[in-house]
Design a protein around this ligand. Structure first.
Ligand SMILES: Cc1cc2nc3c(=O)[nH]c(=O)nc-3n(C[C@H](O)[C@H](O)[C@H](O)COP(=O)(O)OP(=O)(O)OC[C@H]3O[C@@H](n4cnc5c(N)ncnc54)[C@H](O)[C@@H]3O)c2cc1C
Length: 404
C-alpha cells in the first residue's frame, strides 16, 4: 500500500500493518454508514439521537477499540482510537465524538488496572447491543480549573463525595457531558468532602440508572450536533466504594493521565475535520474554472492548497507520534499529546476557513457541507484542554526533565 494523496493516509513508517488495515475498515464504515446521514443528523433537533448509526458503529467494533483483548476488545490502544477518529471526523466530528467519549468513559477503568472494575464494566462493550459511556468532569462554576492541577484549590462549588460506610454519596451537577443522555455509565469526578476546591478530586464509575441521577437538558450546540451534550444531576447518589478509581484524592492524577491519552485522539479528530474540508475544496479547485483554467492552476490558489495539505500532513504525523508515545510510555507523556492537540485544533480551524473561502459563495451554502465542517472545526479546541490549558501543560513539561 502507498499514499494515494496527502489526505488519504496509509503509511508503513508511521502505522503498523494491523492499524493500516483497521483504518481502511473504518473508512468503509464511514462511506457506507456515516456520510449518507451527515446532513440529516446535522439538521436534526438538538436532542435527536441516531441510535441506528451507533448500532452500525458497534457492529464495526468502534465501542471496544481500546478494550484489552482479554476483556473482549480489539486492544488497538490509543493509536487505534486516533486513527478511527480521524477517519470518522473527516465526515462528521459529532459522530466521531460519540465513540470518542465512550472511550473516554472507559479510560479511568483501564488506568485503574483494577481487575474487579475491568471485569464488571469492560465486557459490556462486546455484547449484542451497543453500550455508550461518558466522562463527566466539567461543572457550571469549574471548567478549566478542573484540568489545571495548580488551580484545583480555586475550583468553586464542585460536586461533593461523602463517605458513608461502604458507599460514597455524590451530590452536584455536571455540564456539557457528551453522551450523558444516552450512556449506560459515566466516569465521574467528585471532590471528597472537606477538601478545599477540587483538591480531593476522586474518580468513580457510576451506572447512570443509579437512583438520584437525573439526565438534564441537551445543550443546543453550533456544531457536533450528532452527539448529545447534556447535564447530569446527582442528588444523594449512593456509589459503592469499590467503584472508586485509584483511591481518594487521586482523581487529579487519573484525569491528567486520561487527558494525556485523549489529547492524541482529539488531535486526530481535528486532523480529520481539516481533511474533510480540504477534500471538498481540492475537488472544487479542480472543477471550477476561472480565468480560463481550473482554480488550482492559479498560483495564489496553488500556494493555499499546498499549505493546507502540508499542515494536515504535519498534524497527522504529530498525532500518530503522540498516540504511539501514549501507548508505549507509562504514564503517557504530557508534551507530545498536548502539542499535537494544540497544533491540530488550530490547523482544523485554519484549513476549514481557507477551504470555505476557496469555494466562494458555494462554500457558504449549507448544501455543500463546508459550513458544517467550519462549525465543527471550532469545537475541539474547547474540550480536553483549551489552547491556554494546553500551553500551560506544554510549558510545564518543557521544564520537567523526565517528560520532554
Ligand atoms: C463539543 C464539546 C464536548 C464536550 N464534552 C465534554 C465531556 O464529555 N465531558 C466534560 O466533562 N466536559 C465536556 N465539555 C466541556 C469542556 O471540557 C469545557 O467546556 C472546557 O474544559 C472549558 O471549560 P469552560 O467551558 O467552563 O470554560 P472556562 O474554564 O470558563 O474557560 C473560559 C476561557 O478562559 C480560559 N481560561 C480558563 N482558565 C485559564 C487560565 N488559568 N489561564 C488562561 N486562560 C484560562 C479558557 O482557556 C477559555 O478560553 C465539552 C465541551 C464541548 C464544546
Amino acid at each position: 500500500m502507498s499514499n494515494t494523496t496527502t489526505t488519504e493516509p496509509v503509511d508503513f513508517l508511521t502505522e503498523p500493518l494491523e492499524i493500516q488495515e483497521f483504518r481502511l475498515r473504518v473508512r468503509e464504515f464511514v462511506d457506507k454508514e456515516v456520510r449518507p446521514r451527515v446532513a440529516e443528523n446535522d439538521r436534526a433537533a438538538a436532542d435527536d439521537f441516531d441510535w441506528e448509526l451507533v448500532r452500525k458503529g458497534h457492529e464495526a467494533d468502534l465501542m471496544r477499540l481500546v478494550v484489552p483483548k482479554e476483556y473482549g476488545g480489539l486492544g488497538l490502544g490509543v493509536l487505534g482510537v486516533a486513527v478511527a477518529l480521524e477517519e470518522i471526523a473527516a465526515a462528521c466530528a459529532g459522530t466521531a465524538l460519540i465513540f470518542g467519549a465512550t472511550l473516554l468513559g472507559q479510560a479511568p477503568i483501564l488506568l485503574s488496572s483494577d481487575p474487579s472494575l475491568m471485569s464488571r464494566f469492560l465486557p459490556l462493550f462486546s455484547g449484542d447491543e451497543p453500550v455508550l459511556a461518558c466522562n463527566a468532569i466539567t461543572e457550571d462554576q469549574a471548567g478549566c480549573d478542573l484540568l489545571i492541577p495548580e488551580n484545583a484549590e480555586h475550583a468553586r462549588d464542585v460536586m461533593q463525595a461523602r463517605r458513608d460506610g461502604d458507599v460514597y454519596v455524590l451530590n452536584g451537577r455536571k455540564r456539557f457531558i457528551t453522551n450523558a443522555k444516552v450512556a449506560e455509565f459515566a466516569s465521574v469526578y467528585a471532590n471528597i468532602e472537606g477538601h478545599p476546591g477540587a483538591t480531593g478530586m476522586t474518580a468513580f464509575i457510576v451506572p447512570l440508572d443509579t437512583p438520584g441521577i437525573v439526565r438534564g437538558p441537551v445543550a443546543d450546540k453550533m456544531g457536533y450536533r450528532t452527539c448529545l451534550g447534556s447535564e447530569l444531576v446527582f442528588e444523594d447518589v449512593r456509589v459503592p466504594a469499590e467503584n472508586m478509581v485509584g483511591g481518594e484524592g487521586n482523581g487529579v492524577h487519573i484525569n491528567i493521565q486520561q487527558m494525556n491519552m485523549a489529547r492524541a485522539t482529539v488531535a486526530a479528530l481535528s486532523t480529520g475535520v481539516a481533511r474533510g474540508a480540504f477534500d471538498i475544496a481540492k475537488k472544487w479547485c479542480e472543477e471550477r474554472v476561472q480565468g480560463g483554467v481550473p482554480l488550482y492552476k492559479h498560483q495564489f490558489t496553488a500556494r493555499k492548497l499546498a499549505e493546507m495539505a502540508t499542515k494536515i500532513e504535519a498534524s497527522r504525523l504529530m498525532y500518530l507520534s503522540a498516540a504511539q508515545a501514549a501507548d508505549s510510555e507509562i504514564p503517557a507523556p504530557v508534551f507530545q499529546p498536548a502539542a499535537a492537540k494544540l497544533f491540530a485544533d488550530q490547523v482544523s480551524i485554519e484549513v476549514a476557513q481557507e477551504a470555505m473561502s476557496l469555494m466562494g459563495a458555494r462554500g457558504y451554502l449549507r448544501e455543500n457541507g463546508m459550513e458544517k465542517l467550519l462549525r465543527d472545526s471550532l469545537g475541539a479546541r474547547i474540550y480536553e484542554g483549551t489552547p491556554e490549558v494546553l500551553a500551560l501543560a506544554i510549558t510545564e513539561s518543557l521544564y520537567a526533565e523526565d517528560d520532554f
